[in-house]
Design a protein around this ligand. Structure first.
Ligand code: CP
Length: 337
């Protein structure tokens, strides 16, 4: 006998329109693989499915859609975070899941327990998925080989930040529509940036032309595999571009040691109104945050009508709801009563 799932909020029944749209888009489909640790594993269809579902969740705003009722999501954040941590947590709660938060301070990793043993311990608490942020590149991939539940990468060191790349593509599509052939210019600390690591991968899949602008010292050796153009001057890099993406200088990874001084860096690489105006007249300004005003983006641009920094945060919530639903509920059935 099949049991019928029902999704009530204390206040009201979730609108049939939202559930109908989710059913129509999902059609019982899943994305490739049982984990979400890298953009590399996603196909075009996967990206469209995630972003299609995210669009519905975005329209539904904070409406509770309890498709993950009875599930527990673990947020294991071994590095600081505001946006990613809070949006994953809120996403799980909006979907009716219980959440459990763990950081390195206050956990038994401090007493010498390995990260794998910590993760296995948490899994034994009947969790349905674990979201991991770590200062160790490759930790989410490593855990995904040993844990019996889905692992979602919430940013691993200099390596990747796949949910950020997905929310960034949603933000670009919301403004520009189809992205094929568009030009995205990424300015800043490329070598230490996991956001860039995932963004380059996803933009390459979507046939977006990418320009990189940074000092040679912040340019990774592996950049050639992504077929990007490198520019030394911001004025040249942003000319007629469709997206200007400022990438924060990652002081916590020692980026200052790669620069003559932060003042010199800001003079040459900060996105200012004078530089932004050289981009296409419909260009948007993006920054994954935290935004370091006056270093990566000038204060004046943060209130520009084409600055999309807060939309990125808003889209993060919708994209992470889509990812949690897809990863945890492999049947993807939604029904109202
Ligand atoms: N963009 C991003 O990853 O921000 P947090 O470090 O605040 O999560």
């Amino acid at each position: 006998m099949t049991t019928k799932k029902t999704f009530y909020t204390p206040e009201k029944m979730v609108s049939d329109v939202v559930l109908h749209k989710l059913t129509e888009i999902r059609q019982g489909r899943n994305i490739s693989g049982g984990h979400m640790v890298s953009i590399d594993t996603l196909s075009h269809e996967d990206i469209d499915l995630i972003l299609g579902i995210a669009d519905v969740f975005h329209e539904a705003k904070s409406e509770k859609i309890r498709v993950l009722s009875g599930h527990t999501i673990i947020n294991a954040f071994f590095e600081d975070s505001t946006r990613t941590r809070s949006s994953f947590e809120l996403a799980a709660k909006h979907l009716g899941a219980d959440t459990l938060h763990i950081t390195s301070s206050g956990s038994s990793t401090k007493k010498g327990e390995s990260l794998l043993d910590t993760a296995l311990t948490l899994t034994a608490l009947q969790a349905s998925a674990v979201v991991v942020r770590s200062g160790y590149a490759g930790l989410p991939q490593f855990l995904s080989r040993y844990l019996p539940i889905p692992v979602l990468n919430a940013g691993d060191s200099w390596h990747e930040h796949p949910s950020q790349a997905l929310l960034d593509v949603k933000t670009m599509r919301d403004h520009h529509g189809k992205l094929e052939g568009k030009v995205v210019t990424i300015i800043g600390d490329i070598v230490h940036s996991r956001v860039t690591g995932s963004l380059l991968r996803i933009l390459q899949k979507l046939n977006v032309r990418v320009r990189i602008c940074c000092p040679e010292t912040l340019l990774p050796k592996s950049i050639s595999q992504f077929g990007v153009q490198h520019f030394a001057r911001v004025e040249d890099a942003v000319e007629n571009t469709d997206v200007v993406y400022a990438m924060r200088v990652k002081a916590e990874y020692g980026a200052k040691g790669f620069l003559p001084s932060l003042r010199e860096y800001a003079r040459d690489y900060c996105v200012t109104p004078k530089r932004f105006v050289l981009a296409h007249k419909n260009a948007i300004l993006m920054d994954a945050g935290p935004v370091i005003r006056g270093l990566s983006v000038s204060d004046a641009l943060m209130t520009h009508d084409r600055c999309r920094v807060l939309e990125q945060v808003e889209n993060g919530l919708a994209v992470r709801k889509a990812l949690l639903w897809l990863m945890v509920d492999r049947k993807g059935e939604v029904q109202n009563s």
